[in-house]
Ligand binder design. Structure first.
Ligand SMILES: Cc1ncc(COP(=O)(O)O)c(C=O)c1O
Length: 433
């Protein structure tokens, strides 16, 4: 056992015994595969501002921030006050509640494609419904996604997510032949692959910044090229902005790139840290889901579900968007922190790493300093074990938390001092490498 692991085990004794219990109760001890890390994840008891606090009362500066959903930080006061008030007005109405209309008004003003909106409880559902709509509208079956593109656990998109891309992600999947996958930021190759499915192509789904696949921004030319092809063959162009929506600006990223998607999916930030998935689309597309005007043979059935548009999520989402809209300097502060981190981390790691990202999202890739990381295959060639070690060392020595191996996000609760801490940790790590 390494000295570092010994220190971790000493610091997190209560977590260790609780996690043993968790393993008896839950598969792998977790309820989302990525939440497990070796030797065991610490177990939290609370979260405030930029901190996670574990059951042994260790405090961690959190860069995972609730799967990047908490742009204002944990338990942000603007959200807390509204959510507290909502609890006394009932947390689950199960009918149309006014909070939904208030949040949707904000989203539809900020996201031009959102002529109609449907809420679900997760991003996974939102992308699943987006795909179904694309198939319903076009009467075709094939969906193109991106190598390394993660859109949740929906069966429809669970292909070519993790390296090696040519192996199935899971058993138990059906209809995989109806998903094709494209190399990000390589328009020529992508068009070649699309050409093979031309007649059957129902839609293309892509993230404007590849999140789980390596925190890599798409070039404008790449996204425009995919959009152009989709329009040419009467397929839908779907942008998954579940991570990027309201992350870099008040609205979506696509709006700054002159794109005209047919559907945009949102999640995370727009639920203020409460469960959410959102399907936004043009009237024309979303009308296919209209069960009042479309009979069973003409309609696309999209959810919903029991907890969709629940009053808590709607309230927290609106409080978050209010804070982002009124807090004029939030985005420039977050972008500044991200920008500094990307530059200074790479420098501190002495040519052993490239730091990718955009705005407040960043990810360290251990590789040669001049390596260009333009897609998930490039990212997969980097030393992910080294990144996990770097992150684990920060958990133990610095009280800084990244989900080991994943990208980090700044929230409004972070400040310049957190950049300094990261840089100091990186300098120490580079010296010991
Ligand atoms: C781009 C993207 N789409 C969809 C999802 C799935 O969202 P959820 O985890 O809420 O189901 C995620 C989750 O991280 C995501 O990053």
């Amino acid at each position: 056992m390494s000295e570092l692991e010994k220190q971790y085990r000493e610091k997190t004794r209560t977590s260790a015994s609780l996690f043993e219990k968790s393993k008896k109760l839950h598969v792998n001890g977790v309820s989302h595969n990525i939440r497990f890390f070796e030797p065991y994840p610490f177990v939290t008891k609370s979260a405030r501002g930029k901190f996670l606090i574990d059951v042994d009362s260790n405090q961690y500066v959190d860069f995972w921030m609730g799967h990047w959903s908490l742009i204002l930080g944990h338990a942000a006061k603007q959200v807390l006050a509204k959510v507290r008030a909502q609890i006394s007005d009932g947390w689950m109405h199960g009918v149309v509640n006014k909070n939904t209309i208030e949040l949707s008004e904000m989203i539809s003003k900020a996201v031009p494609v959102a002529q109609k909106i449907r809420y679900a409880s997760t991003g996974t559902e939102a992308t699943m419904y987006a795909v179904r709509l694309a198939r319903a509208v076009t009467g075709k079956k094939v969906i193109a996604k991106i190598d390394g593109g993660w859109h949740g656990y929906t069966t429809d998109l669970l292909k070519n997510v993790n390296w090696p891309f040519n192996e199935p992600e899971s058993i138990g999947l059906v209809d995989e032949e109806h998903i094709i996958s494209l190399p990000y930021n390589d328009l020529e190759k992508s068009l070649e692959i699309l050409q093979s499915a031309k007649k059957e192509l129902a839609g293309i789904i892509v993230e404007p910044v590849l999140g789980g696949g390596g925190c890599i921004p798409a070039t404008k030319e790449y996204l425009s090229g995919l959009q152009e092809y989709a329009k040419k063959v009467n397929a839908l162009f779907i942008l998954d902005e579940i991570v990027t929506g309201f992350r870099f600006r008040y609205g979506c990223l696509y709006d700054t790139m002159n794109l005209k998607p047919d559907i945009v999916t949102l999640g995370k930030i727009v639920g203020g840290g409460f469960p959410v998935g959102v399907i936004c689309g043009t009237d024309e597309v979303m009308n296919y889901a209209n069960t009042m005007t479309h009979s069973k043979t003409k309609r696309a059935y999209i959810g919903g579900g029991t907890f969709s548009a629940n009053p808590m999520t709607m309230k927290a989402g609106k409080a978050t968007l209010d804070a982002l809209k009124n807090g004029k300097s939030i985005y420039s502060k977050l972008d500044g922190l991200g920008e500094k981190t990307r530059k200074q981390l790479a420098k501190a790691l002495l040519g052993n790493a490239v730091v990718t990202g955009k705005g407040s999202l960043f990810m360290t890739h251990f590789t040669k300093e001049n390596m260009e990381i333009k897609n998930a295959a490039d990212a997969a060639r980097c030393n992910s074990k080294m990144l996990q070690r770097f992150h684990f060392e920060m958990i133990v020595k610095d009280g800084v938390f990244f989900l080991p191996g994943k990208l980090g996000a700044f929230s409004n609760a972070h400040s310049d001092s957190d950049v300094k801490t990261l840089v100091r940790s990186a300098e120490r790590f580079a010296q010991d490498m």
